[in-house]
Design a binder for this molecule. Structure first.
Ligand SMILES: C[S@@+](CC[C@H](N)C(=O)[O-])C[C@H]1O[C@@H](n2cnc3c(N)ncnc32)[C@H](O)[C@@H]1O
Length: 364
């Protein structure tokens, strides 16, 4: 997913830098360093990468759609059989286990659309008699999304799918629908004209399943509430850098993931988000919450991704992290996330410097 602050293109940099700090003399298997925490997990791409390297992962994010993605990419680690769903889709019995995920997704892609919450609130025909007209999805895709989302919930209520299967399906829907959104990139605004990719019919693409033999944990909490309860070896932190709240920029993914018929308001149909407002996006509060986080962490190493244009200065970060032990950092030039038109952009430079700060903690 094209996500603000995604570390997709920085994974190698993260890994190489971490390896330089964590017992560099030893192989990964010989290090006494096994639990990797990703507590601002977003898309789950960082946790997924280190899960594939054999770490036990603990993931967390304040957004529910992110919890869903991580619950699947990190939490799911065994094959999904869809055994009970054969009651509803008898043909599944004849499908090899590995191909069942795609078979179920194809079944859902072929459902007839229904006029549900997404169609009625975020599509042009659905909102034509409302005070605010919105066009986040084509009418067809809004109805397809509703049909798929309702069916998944219905299967869960009837106990036809397990929790693992449920989160796999919602992840597949959240990631797939995002590719058909009629936005420049995030959900803070929609485009007036239906763009080309938004005109294609939604097809549910099965999300990757990362199989391994380890148990992982996933949470959906404010990081400052949870960090003191978790013991890890490596704590990776990737907070928001600036004032842009994820709750507003991805509100539609939140609503599709929750499908809870929220009260919505305004031009963009925002849902209420007071309890998901991140203090890491506030110049007034960030230093206080960051210090609290660092002091509460129970870990051997902390790594922090942060841009040179973030709300905290290098000096702020160094002063706070050094309270915990031996501090250092790595840098890499990085292409900026381009969400909107060049003329609207707050920053002029296309490149930014990405820092990976670290601290080798004393007394853990
Ligand atoms: C820069 S993004 C992380 C991107 C992620 N590393 C990736 O590559 O996809 C920051 C994430 O922090 C989450 N977040 C913001 N404030 C939070 C808080 N107080 N507690 C937990 N998560 C928070 C946001 O929802 C967002 O997903």
């Amino acid at each position: 997913m094209n996500y603000i602050g995604s570390k997709l293109s920085l994974l190698k940099f993260l890994e190489e830098s971490i390896n330089k700090v964590v017992d560099p003399e030893k192989n990964r298997a010989d290090r006494n360093c096994d639990i990797f925490c990703d507590l601002f997990a977003g898309t789950g791409i960082v946790g997924s990468y280190f899960k594939k390297k054999g770490y036990k992962i603990i993931a967390n994010d304040i957004q529910y759609y992110s919890y869903v993605l991580n619950r699947h990419y990190i939490g799911n680690h065994k094959e999904l059989y869809f055994a009970k769903l054969t009651k509803e889709i008898p043909d599944l019995i004849n499908i090899g286990v590995k191909n069942r995920k795609k078979f179920v997704c194809d079944y859902l892609s072929n459902l007839r659309g229904v006029k549900g919450f997404i169609y009625k609130n975020y599509c042009l025909s659905g909102t034509k008699d409302e005070e605010e007209q919105r066009q986040y999805f084509s009418d067809e895709n809004g109805m397809r999304c509703d049909a798929i989302r309702q069916k998944i919930e219905n299967w869960k209520e009837q106990n036809l799918i397990s929790d693992d299967e449920y989160y796999f399906l919602i992840t597949s829907l959240v990631e797939s629908i995002d590719k058909y959104a009629n936005t420049a990139s995030v959900y803070g605004a929609f485009l007036k004209k239906l763009k080309k990719t938004a005109q294609n019919n939604l097809i549910l693409k099965p999300a990757e399943l990362i199989i391994n033999d380890r148990e992982h944990s996933v949470f959906n909490e404010d990081i400052n509430d949870i960090v003191g309860k978790i013991k890890s070896d490596i704590l990776y932190l990737d907070p928001p850098y600036n004032h842009r709240q994820y709750a507003t920029n991805y509100h539609l993914l939140e609503t599709i993931a929750k499908y809870d018929n929220p009260k919505i308001y305004g031009k963009t149909g925002l849902r209420e988000y007071q309890n998901q407002k991140s203090l890491y996006c506030s110049r007034t509060h960030i230093k206080k919450v960051f210090k609290d986080l660092i002091l509460k962490a129970k870990t051997k190493y902390i790594f922090l991704s942060y841009s040179n244009e973030g709300l905290m200065t290098l000096k702020d970060i160094r002063e706070i992290m050094a309270l915990k032990g031996r501090y250092g950092y790595f840098t890499k030039k990085y292409n900026r996330f381009m969400a909107d038109k060049p003329e609207n952009r707050y920053y002029k430079a296309k490149k930014t410097i990405e820092y990976l700060h670290y601290v080798v903690c004393k007394n853990t």
